[in-house]
Design a protein around this ligand. Structure first.
Ligand SMILES: [Zn+2]
Length: 326
C-alpha cells in the first residue's frame, strides 16, 4: 500500500443530484480533478467502498434520529424533519457510503499499512448532532470514525482538528463531555450555526478537551495557523493523541461562496504540515482527513490538491518537488 490512501466513490455524486444547491455533486468532481491535475492520483492507494452499519452510526447518533432520517429520505421529503438539511432519494445510501468510507480509511491507517488518508466524501458531516441532521450534514462521518477507531482498534485518545469555516457543532456536541476525544475548531464568527464561542471548552470530564477559536470575516493564515501553533500544539503535549483526524473544510479558503476567510492553497499546505507534525510526535504519523465544506469549485479543487499533496509528501521528496503548490 502507498503511504497515503484515498477514499473517493463516484456514488457520492448521487446525493442532491439535480438540485440548485451549494453542496452539489460537482464538488466531488472538482476534488478529483484537482488531485488528477496535480498528478497525485497515481501516488494514492484507492480504498474500497462500504456502507456504515446501523450499529456503527449508533456510536454517535440516537436510534430515533436514524429512523427519522431514513424515513424522511425514503418518503421523498425535500428536507429532514429535524431541521435544515436538504435530501433526495439516494441520500441515505450515500450518507452510509460516506461514513463507511471514512471507517475504511481508519482501518487502512491503523492496520492496513497506510500512513494517512483523505476521504473525498459528501454529504459532509460535522454539523450532524446525535439527534439531528443540520446544515448539509446527515450523519457525522468524522465523529463516527473517531469512535470506531476507539471501539474497533482500541485507541484511547483521538484529536479532531476542524478548519472548516463553519463551527463543527455536531462533532462538539458528540464529544463535549468526553475526555478521550479532543475537538479543536477554527471558524468564522458570527456565521452558521452560531456556536463555537471561545468559552465553549467542554463539560464535566470533558472540560478542557474542546477548544474553539471564533474569528471575524477576513481572518486567515495568521489567526488559524496561529491558533494551532500557539494553543493546539501545547494542548497536545498534555493530551497525546493516538490518532489525528481533520475535518477538512475548504470553505475557509479565500473566495469561497459561503465564507469570508482568506486562506490560500499554500496556507492549507502549512496547516496540513502543522497537524502532521502533531501526528508524528504522538500518533505514529496517523492522520485521517475527511472532506467537509468548500463551495467555490476551483478553490476546492486546488486547496484539496494542496492538502492531499502535503499528506502524500510525508514519504516522497520527489513528489514534493513536483507538486509543491505556489
Ligand atoms: Zn463549512
Amino acid at each position: 500500500m502507498k503511504p497515503t490512501a484515498l477514499f473517493a466513490d463516484a456514488r457520492c455524486r448521487e446525493h442532491l443530484a439535480g438540485l440548485a444547491h451549494p453542496e452539489r455533486p460537482e464538488r466531488f468532481d472538482a476534488v478529483m480533478e484537482g488531485l488528477q491535475t496535480a498528478g497525485l492520483l497515481e501516488h494514492l492507494t484507492r480504498l474500497e467502498p462500504r456502507q456504515a452499519t446501523i450499529d456503527e452510526l449508533l456510536l454517535c447518533h440516537t436510534r430515533e434520529y436514524l429512523l427519522t432520517a431514513q424515513h424522511d429520505i425514503n418518503a421523498g421529503y425535500a428536507s429532514l424533519t429535524t431541521g435544515d438539511t436538504d435530501i433526495t432519494r439516494n441520500s441515505w445510501d450515500v450518507a452510509l457510503l460516506a461514513a463507511g468510507g471514512v471507517l475504511n480509511a481508519v482501518d487502512a491507517v491503523l492496520t492496513g499499512g497506510a500512513r494517512n488518508a483523505f476521504c473525498a466524501v459528501r454529504p459532509p458531516g460535522h454539523h450532524a448532532t446525535p439527534k439531528r441532521g443540520m446544515g448539509f450534514c446527515i450523519v457525522n462521518n468524522i465523529a463516527i470514525a473517531a469512535r470506531y477507531a476507539q471501539r474497533k482498534h482500541g485507541l484511547e485518545r483521538v484529536l479532531i482538528v476542524d478548519w472548516d469555516v463553519h463551527h463543527g457543532n455536531g462533532t462538539q456536541d458528540i464529544f463535549y463531555s468526553d475526555p478521550s476525544v479532543f475537538f479543536f475548531s477554527t471558524h468564522q464568527w458570527p456565521l452558521y450555526p452560531g456556536t463555537g464561542r471561545a468559552d465553549e471548552t467542554g463539560v464535566g470530564p470533558g472540560k478542557g478537551c474542546t477548544m474553539n477559536f471564533p474569528f471575524p470575516a477576513g481572518s486567515g493564515r495568521k489567526e488559524i495557523l496561529g491558533a494551532i501553533e500557539g494553543s493546539l500544539v501545547s494542548a497536545m503535549a498534555r493530551f497525546r493523541p493516538d490518532l489525528v483526524m481533520i475535518s477538512a473544510g475548504f470553505d475557509s479558503r479565500i473566495d469561497d461562496l459561503l465564507g469570508q476567510f482568506t486562506l490560500t492553497d499554500r496556507d492549507f499546505v502549512d496547516l496540513t504540515s502543522a497537524v502532521m507534525a502533531i501526528a508524528e510526535e504522538y500518533a505514529h504519523s496517523r492522520v485521517v482527513s475527511v472532506l467537509e465544506g468548500g463551495y467555490n469549485l476551483n478553490g476546492l479543487a486546488s486547496a484539496a490538491a494542496a492538502h492531499v499533496g502535503r499528506l502524500a509528501r510525508a514519504e516522497s521528496a520527489e513528489l514534493s518537488a513536483q507538486n509543491a503548490p505556489a
